[in-house]
Design a protein. Sequence first.
Length: 305
Amino acid sequence: MPVYSMTGYASGQNGPTGSHSDAEPRPAQAGRLGVEIRSVNSRFLDLTFKLPEELRQHEPALRELITGRLKRGKVELRASIESAGTAGIADPSSRLLQRLNGVQDSIRSWLPTARELSVADVLRLAAGDSTPRGDWGAELAELTEKTVEALMAAREREGARLAKMLLDHLGQLRKLAAQALPLVPKLVEQQRARFLERWQEAMGLGAGATPPEAAQDRALSEATAFAIRIDVAEELTRLDSHLDEIERLVKKGGEIGKRLDFLIQELHREANTLGSKSATLEMTRIGVDMKVLVEQMREQVQNIE
Protein backbone atom coordinates (compact mmCIF):
# COMPACT_ATOMS: atom_id res chain seq x y z
CA MET A 1 0.00 0.00 0.00
CA PRO A 2 1.19 3.56 -0.63
CA VAL A 3 2.19 5.99 2.10
CA TYR A 4 -0.20 8.95 2.28
CA SER A 5 0.68 12.42 3.44
CA MET A 6 -1.96 14.43 5.28
CA THR A 7 -1.07 17.51 3.24
CA GLY A 8 -2.81 18.00 -0.10
CA TYR A 9 -5.01 20.17 -2.27
CA ALA A 10 -7.49 19.54 -5.08
CA SER A 11 -10.30 21.40 -6.81
CA GLY A 12 -12.84 20.75 -9.51
CA GLN A 13 -15.70 22.36 -11.41
CA ASN A 14 -18.77 21.24 -13.29
CA GLY A 15 -19.50 23.17 -16.46
CA PRO A 16 -22.85 24.77 -17.14
CA THR A 17 -23.81 21.79 -19.28
CA GLY A 18 -23.07 19.26 -16.53
CA SER A 19 -25.49 16.51 -15.59
CA HIS A 20 -28.59 17.37 -13.58
CA SER A 21 -31.46 15.63 -11.85
CA ASP A 22 -34.42 14.58 -14.02
CA ALA A 23 -36.74 15.33 -11.12
CA GLU A 24 -35.81 19.02 -11.12
CA PRO A 25 -34.33 19.89 -14.50
CA ARG A 26 -32.36 23.10 -14.79
CA PRO A 27 -31.54 25.14 -17.86
CA ALA A 28 -28.17 24.50 -19.45
CA GLN A 29 -27.01 27.93 -18.31
CA ALA A 30 -28.13 27.44 -14.68
CA GLY A 31 -24.63 27.83 -13.25
CA ARG A 32 -21.30 26.25 -12.47
CA LEU A 33 -20.56 24.23 -9.36
CA GLY A 34 -17.09 24.36 -7.82
CA VAL A 35 -15.51 22.24 -5.06
CA GLU A 36 -12.16 22.85 -3.38
CA ILE A 37 -10.57 20.58 -0.75
CA ARG A 38 -7.39 21.26 1.16
CA SER A 39 -5.88 19.27 4.03
CA VAL A 40 -3.03 19.59 6.52
CA ASN A 41 -1.74 17.36 9.31
CA SER A 42 -3.76 16.65 12.45
CA ARG A 43 -3.86 13.90 15.08
CA PHE A 44 -7.41 12.97 14.06
CA LEU A 45 -9.81 13.61 11.18
CA ASP A 46 -11.08 17.17 11.57
CA LEU A 47 -13.61 18.22 8.90
CA THR A 48 -14.73 21.77 8.11
CA PHE A 49 -17.36 22.63 5.48
CA LYS A 50 -17.86 26.08 3.97
CA LEU A 51 -20.97 25.82 1.84
CA PRO A 52 -23.44 28.33 0.41
CA GLU A 53 -26.99 28.16 1.73
CA GLU A 54 -28.18 26.20 -1.32
CA LEU A 55 -25.76 23.35 -0.55
CA ARG A 56 -25.84 23.25 3.24
CA GLN A 57 -28.43 20.47 3.30
CA HIS A 58 -25.90 18.15 1.62
CA GLU A 59 -23.25 18.47 4.35
CA PRO A 60 -24.07 15.09 6.02
CA ALA A 61 -23.66 13.28 2.70
CA LEU A 62 -20.37 15.06 2.04
CA ARG A 63 -19.13 14.22 5.53
CA GLU A 64 -19.94 10.53 5.01
CA LEU A 65 -18.18 10.54 1.64
CA ILE A 66 -14.97 12.06 3.04
CA THR A 67 -14.82 9.98 6.22
CA GLY A 68 -15.04 6.89 4.04
CA ARG A 69 -11.81 7.85 2.28
CA LEU A 70 -9.69 9.86 4.74
CA LYS A 71 -8.61 8.76 8.22
CA ARG A 72 -6.53 11.67 9.54
CA GLY A 73 -5.94 15.32 8.77
CA LYS A 74 -7.52 18.74 9.14
CA VAL A 75 -9.67 18.89 6.00
CA GLU A 76 -11.56 21.90 4.68
CA LEU A 77 -14.10 21.59 1.88
CA ARG A 78 -15.39 24.69 0.10
CA ALA A 79 -18.17 24.64 -2.46
CA SER A 80 -19.56 27.48 -4.56
CA ILE A 81 -22.15 28.09 -7.23
CA GLU A 82 -21.21 30.59 -9.90
CA SER A 83 -23.96 32.04 -12.06
CA ALA A 84 -23.48 31.25 -15.73
CA GLY A 85 -23.62 34.06 -18.22
CA THR A 86 -22.67 36.62 -15.56
CA ALA A 87 -19.20 38.09 -15.56
CA GLY A 88 -17.66 40.54 -13.16
CA ILE A 89 -19.88 42.48 -10.77
CA ALA A 90 -23.57 41.68 -10.55
CA ASP A 91 -25.90 44.56 -11.53
CA PRO A 92 -28.63 44.82 -8.84
CA SER A 93 -32.11 45.48 -10.13
CA SER A 94 -34.19 48.49 -9.04
CA ARG A 95 -36.65 46.14 -7.38
CA LEU A 96 -33.88 44.53 -5.32
CA LEU A 97 -32.54 47.93 -4.28
CA GLN A 98 -36.01 49.00 -3.16
CA ARG A 99 -36.39 45.80 -1.12
CA LEU A 100 -32.99 46.26 0.52
CA ASN A 101 -33.75 49.87 1.36
CA GLY A 102 -37.09 48.94 2.91
CA VAL A 103 -35.58 46.10 4.94
CA GLN A 104 -32.76 48.36 6.11
CA ASP A 105 -35.22 51.08 7.26
CA SER A 106 -37.28 48.49 9.11
CA ILE A 107 -34.24 47.04 10.89
CA ARG A 108 -32.83 50.45 11.86
CA SER A 109 -36.16 51.51 13.29
CA TRP A 110 -35.76 48.72 15.84
CA LEU A 111 -31.97 48.80 16.01
CA PRO A 112 -30.84 52.44 15.61
CA THR A 113 -27.18 51.54 16.16
CA ALA A 114 -27.13 49.07 13.25
CA ARG A 115 -24.78 50.24 10.50
CA GLU A 116 -26.02 51.11 7.04
CA LEU A 117 -25.53 48.79 4.09
CA SER A 118 -22.33 49.44 2.18
CA VAL A 119 -21.91 49.14 -1.58
CA ALA A 120 -20.02 45.87 -1.01
CA ASP A 121 -22.93 44.55 1.08
CA VAL A 122 -25.42 45.43 -1.66
CA LEU A 123 -23.29 43.77 -4.36
CA ARG A 124 -22.85 40.66 -2.27
CA LEU A 125 -26.58 40.41 -1.63
CA ALA A 126 -27.28 41.02 -5.30
CA ALA A 127 -24.91 38.20 -6.28
CA GLY A 128 -26.59 35.90 -3.75
CA ASP A 129 -30.02 36.82 -5.08
CA SER A 130 -28.97 35.92 -8.62
CA THR A 131 -27.45 32.57 -7.57
CA PRO A 132 -29.29 29.78 -9.38
CA ARG A 133 -31.61 27.64 -7.29
CA GLY A 134 -32.27 23.94 -7.64
CA ASP A 135 -31.20 20.55 -6.35
CA TRP A 136 -27.44 20.23 -6.75
CA GLY A 137 -27.19 17.03 -4.72
CA ALA A 138 -26.27 14.58 -7.49
CA GLU A 139 -23.78 16.93 -9.16
CA LEU A 140 -22.25 17.91 -5.82
CA ALA A 141 -21.71 14.26 -4.83
CA GLU A 142 -20.18 13.39 -8.20
CA LEU A 143 -17.89 16.40 -8.24
CA THR A 144 -16.84 15.91 -4.62
CA GLU A 145 -16.00 12.26 -5.33
CA LYS A 146 -13.75 13.30 -8.22
CA THR A 147 -12.12 16.03 -6.12
CA VAL A 148 -11.46 13.60 -3.26
CA GLU A 149 -9.83 11.23 -5.76
CA ALA A 150 -7.58 14.08 -6.92
CA LEU A 151 -6.79 14.95 -3.29
CA MET A 152 -5.86 11.32 -2.56
CA ALA A 153 -3.55 11.31 -5.58
CA ALA A 154 -1.87 14.52 -4.34
CA ARG A 155 -1.50 13.07 -0.83
CA GLU A 156 -0.04 9.86 -2.30
CA ARG A 157 2.57 11.81 -4.28
CA GLU A 158 3.57 13.78 -1.20
CA GLY A 159 3.58 10.55 0.84
CA ALA A 160 5.99 8.91 -1.62
CA ARG A 161 8.33 11.88 -1.25
CA LEU A 162 8.17 11.65 2.56
CA ALA A 163 8.77 7.88 2.46
CA LYS A 164 11.90 8.35 0.34
CA MET A 165 13.23 10.98 2.74
CA LEU A 166 12.60 8.70 5.72
CA LEU A 167 14.42 5.79 4.08
CA ASP A 168 17.35 8.08 3.26
CA HIS A 169 17.52 9.19 6.89
CA LEU A 170 17.39 5.58 8.06
CA GLY A 171 20.43 4.84 5.92
CA GLN A 172 22.32 7.77 7.46
CA LEU A 173 21.42 6.65 10.99
CA ARG A 174 22.69 3.13 10.24
CA LYS A 175 26.01 4.58 9.07
CA LEU A 176 26.34 6.63 12.26
CA ALA A 177 25.55 3.57 14.39
CA ALA A 178 28.18 1.58 12.50
CA GLN A 179 30.71 4.34 13.27
CA ALA A 180 29.82 4.34 16.98
CA LEU A 181 29.95 0.58 17.58
CA PRO A 182 33.76 0.03 17.29
CA LEU A 183 34.58 3.15 19.32
CA VAL A 184 33.59 1.63 22.68
CA PRO A 185 36.16 -1.27 22.80
CA LYS A 186 38.90 1.16 21.75
CA LEU A 187 37.90 3.60 24.50
CA VAL A 188 37.86 0.84 27.12
CA GLU A 189 41.33 -0.38 26.12
CA GLN A 190 42.73 3.14 26.13
CA GLN A 191 41.22 3.81 29.55
CA ARG A 192 42.57 0.51 30.91
CA ALA A 193 46.09 1.39 29.75
CA ARG A 194 45.73 4.86 31.25
CA PHE A 195 44.65 3.46 34.64
CA LEU A 196 47.57 1.04 34.71
CA GLU A 197 49.98 3.85 33.84
CA ARG A 198 48.58 6.08 36.61
CA TRP A 199 48.83 3.30 39.20
CA GLN A 200 52.37 2.51 38.20
CA GLU A 201 53.27 6.17 38.68
CA ALA A 202 51.49 6.15 42.07
CA MET A 203 53.42 3.04 43.13
CA GLY A 204 56.69 4.74 42.26
CA LEU A 205 55.81 7.82 44.30
CA GLY A 206 54.79 5.65 47.24
CA ALA A 207 58.06 3.74 47.30
CA GLY A 208 56.36 0.43 46.61
CA ALA A 209 53.83 0.71 49.43
CA THR A 210 51.14 -0.79 47.24
CA PRO A 211 51.66 -4.39 46.00
CA PRO A 212 51.80 -4.65 42.19
CA GLU A 213 49.00 -7.19 42.12
CA ALA A 214 46.66 -4.92 44.11
CA ALA A 215 47.51 -1.95 41.90
CA GLN A 216 46.77 -3.93 38.78
CA ASP A 217 43.49 -5.28 40.19
CA ARG A 218 42.44 -1.77 41.14
CA ALA A 219 43.27 -0.49 37.66
CA LEU A 220 41.30 -3.30 36.04
CA SER A 221 38.32 -2.63 38.33
CA GLU A 222 38.36 1.04 37.38
CA ALA A 223 38.57 0.15 33.71
CA THR A 224 35.64 -2.28 34.08
CA ALA A 225 33.51 0.37 35.78
CA PHE A 226 34.39 2.82 33.02
CA ALA A 227 33.46 0.25 30.36
CA ILE A 228 30.06 -0.32 31.96
CA ARG A 229 29.45 3.43 32.20
CA ILE A 230 30.16 4.15 28.55
CA ASP A 231 28.80 0.93 27.04
CA VAL A 232 26.27 1.87 24.34
CA ALA A 233 25.87 -1.58 22.81
CA GLU A 234 22.36 -1.96 24.27
CA GLU A 235 21.29 1.44 22.95
CA LEU A 236 22.69 0.67 19.50
CA THR A 237 20.89 -2.69 19.46
CA ARG A 238 17.56 -1.09 20.31
CA LEU A 239 18.18 1.71 17.83
CA ASP A 240 18.87 -0.82 15.08
CA SER A 241 15.65 -2.65 15.98
CA HIS A 242 13.63 0.58 15.74
CA LEU A 243 15.23 1.38 12.38
CA ASP A 244 14.23 -2.05 11.06
CA GLU A 245 10.63 -1.57 12.21
CA ILE A 246 10.39 1.92 10.68
CA GLU A 247 11.72 0.61 7.37
CA ARG A 248 9.21 -2.25 7.45
CA LEU A 249 6.30 0.12 8.08
CA VAL A 250 7.33 2.59 5.39
CA LYS A 251 7.61 -0.20 2.81
CA LYS A 252 4.29 -1.67 3.95
CA GLY A 253 2.43 1.68 3.72
CA GLY A 254 -1.14 2.35 4.76
CA GLU A 255 -2.15 4.06 7.99
CA ILE A 256 1.26 4.10 9.68
CA GLY A 257 1.58 7.67 10.97
CA LYS A 258 0.75 7.05 14.64
CA ARG A 259 3.00 3.98 14.84
CA LEU A 260 5.87 5.88 13.21
CA ASP A 261 5.40 8.75 15.64
CA PHE A 262 5.85 6.36 18.58
CA LEU A 263 8.99 4.80 17.05
CA ILE A 264 10.50 8.23 16.42
CA GLN A 265 10.10 9.01 20.13
CA GLU A 266 11.96 5.80 20.92
CA LEU A 267 14.72 6.71 18.47
CA HIS A 268 15.07 10.10 20.12
CA ARG A 269 15.40 8.45 23.54
CA GLU A 270 18.19 6.12 22.35
CA ALA A 271 20.06 8.97 20.64
CA ASN A 272 19.86 11.04 23.84
CA THR A 273 21.17 8.16 25.96
CA LEU A 274 24.00 7.53 23.53
CA GLY A 275 24.96 11.21 23.70
CA SER A 276 24.90 11.22 27.52
CA LYS A 277 27.34 8.27 27.59
CA SER A 278 29.72 9.97 25.21
CA ALA A 279 33.37 9.82 26.32
CA THR A 280 35.03 11.30 23.23
CA LEU A 281 34.44 14.13 20.81
CA GLU A 282 33.82 11.60 18.04
CA MET A 283 31.03 9.91 20.02
CA THR A 284 29.56 13.30 20.89
CA ARG A 285 29.51 14.25 17.20
CA ILE A 286 27.77 10.99 16.32
CA GLY A 287 25.14 11.56 19.03
CA VAL A 288 24.45 15.11 17.85
CA ASP A 289 24.18 14.02 14.21
CA MET A 290 21.76 11.28 15.21
CA LYS A 291 19.52 13.69 17.12
CA VAL A 292 19.44 16.09 14.17
CA LEU A 293 18.37 13.29 11.82
CA VAL A 294 15.74 12.00 14.26
CA GLU A 295 14.27 15.48 14.64
CA GLN A 296 14.03 15.82 10.86
CA MET A 297 12.28 12.45 10.71
CA ARG A 298 9.85 13.53 13.44
CA GLU A 299 8.79 16.56 11.38
CA GLN A 300 8.24 14.38 8.32
CA VAL A 301 6.33 11.68 10.21
CA GLN A 302 3.86 14.26 11.57
CA ASN A 303 2.58 14.69 8.01
CA ILE A 304 1.98 10.97 7.38
CA GLU A 305 -1.54 9.58 7.68
